[in-house]
Design a protein. Structure first.
Length: 396
């Protein structure tokens, strides 16, 4: 009953905003084709595409899993039940940026190798586990080989593979139905591309994605906590005997697509240990926008109502968009102009806000590209991805 007043306000707001989504969240069709992101070096005129997200071509990586697109549904009238157990005086304090920035991470745990998954001439892939706030999180680690061409950067600079000097990138997947998720998911191809260029790559299954444990993920803060714990463990174990002995603790990057981009946005406002962040078709830093979209578009009204029942002032404190002045990393933003799942306007806003704050940021929009790129645009994106991490994480 304590949330009834908030729910009533949210229902009114959502019914109004649901009618405005095509105009307010998405640029109109003609405007989308000509929208320019400040600083874009070049754009693409690609082949005609359908409204479905095509799976990008995969050569030596597993088949990509498409992200489902769902239709909207009317708002239910039932009062949501929020299963929270923090301090009743402020039940949302644990999810705020301020709290996340001031709590401890790592906790003395270790990242452990469970088994070898695959091996080629460029890198070895391992299944790993690590502890995160009492949960066990799984994922895969790509470790480049010293005798592979991965030891040479795109600029042609030979990289010595000695203890403690290899840049590391944490790759975060987007939303997939957990019932069909596999550790080797559609973002594996990006992790593999980085490993072939000499980056140590960690690709965690975010919490609630098997075989990782399930746990509290209100506003997807739990996923961000898992990444923050992982960053802490990397810094603790880098240069020491074990799976992370090659890692440079001062050269950590983040890569996030869609939901993973939203998680990365939260993490980069909290952690001073991340030097480079790439956002690809990213969710917004504004949680009100995110969960209106999740509720009305992505989930047929099955997810997001609990978050939308939170008082607006608390959502403001939870939303990383209001804390971008904390960002210390260089940021690279990429979004398709034909993305019907996550509005291009969200990346435009993030780009503008970061530039206004004098954060080092580059922003690219891609003609005729959906939520997951394909063809020549995908190849250009991959090239820019490698160049960005190489430039930022390998700079002297």
């Amino acid at each position: 009953m304590r949330y009834t007043w908030a729910l009533a306000l949210i229902i009114i707001t959502l019914i109004t905003s649901a009618c405005a989504i095509p105009g307010s969240e998405f640029p109109p069709e003609k405007e989308t084709a000509s929208t320019q992101v400040p600083g874009v070096a070049e754009t693409f005129t690609g082949q005609a595409i359908s409204t479905d997200t095509p799976s990008p071509p995969v050569t030596s990586s597993p088949t990509a899993t498409p992200i489902a697109t769902e239709t909207s549904t009317p708002l239910p009238s039932a009062t949501p039940t929020i299963s929270l157990t923090p301090d009743p005086a402020d039940p949302y304090e644990l999810y705020t940026i301020e709290h996340l920035a001031n709590r401890a991470y790592g906790g003395g745990g270790k990242l452990k190798i469970e088994e070898t998954l695959a091996e080629n001439s460029y890198f070895t892939r391992y299944l790993f586990t690590y502890p995160s706030d009492g949960l066990t999180i799984y994922g895969f680690l790509n470790t480049p080989k010293e005798d592979g061409s991965s030891s040479r950067s795109p600029a042609g600079n030979t990289q010595e593979m000695s203890i403690g000097n290899m840049p590391l990138v944490i790759v975060l997947h987007g939303y997939i139905d957990p019932l069909i998720y596999d550790t080797i998911d559609y973002t594996t191809r990006y992790a593999d591309a980085l490993a072939r260029k000499g980056f140590l790559v960690l690709h965690p299954n975010l919490r609630n994605y098997p075989p990782s444990d399930e746990g509290d993920n209100f506003f997807r803060v739990g996923m961000a906590i898992d990444v923050l714990n992982l960053i802490s463990l990397v810094r603790e174990q880098a240069g020491k005997p074990g799976p992370l002995e090659l890692a440079d603790p001062d050269a950590i990057g983040l890569w996030g697509h869609s939901m993973g981009g939203g998680v990365s946005t939260r993490v980069m406002t909290v952690s001073p240990d991340v030097r480079a962040v790439l956002l690809y078709g990213s969710m917004s830093g504004d949680e009100q926008k995110n969960f209106e979209r999740i509720f009305s578009y992505f989930s047929n009204g099955e997810r997001g109502l609990e978050e939308l029942a939170v008082p607006p002032e608390s959502i403001q404190q939870i939303s990383p968009v209001n804390y971008l002045d904390r960002v210390q990393a260089a940021v690279s933003i990429h979004h398709g102009k034909a993305d019907v799942d996550v509005p291009l306007a969200w990346s435009l806003e993030t780009c503008r806000r970061l530039r206004d704050l004098d954060v080092q940021v580059e922003c690219y929009a891609y003609e005729n590209q959906p939520h997951t790129f394909y063809g020549d645009s995908d190849a250009l994106f991959m090239s820019r991805m490698i160049e960005f991490f190489d430039r930022v994480l390998r700079e002297d």
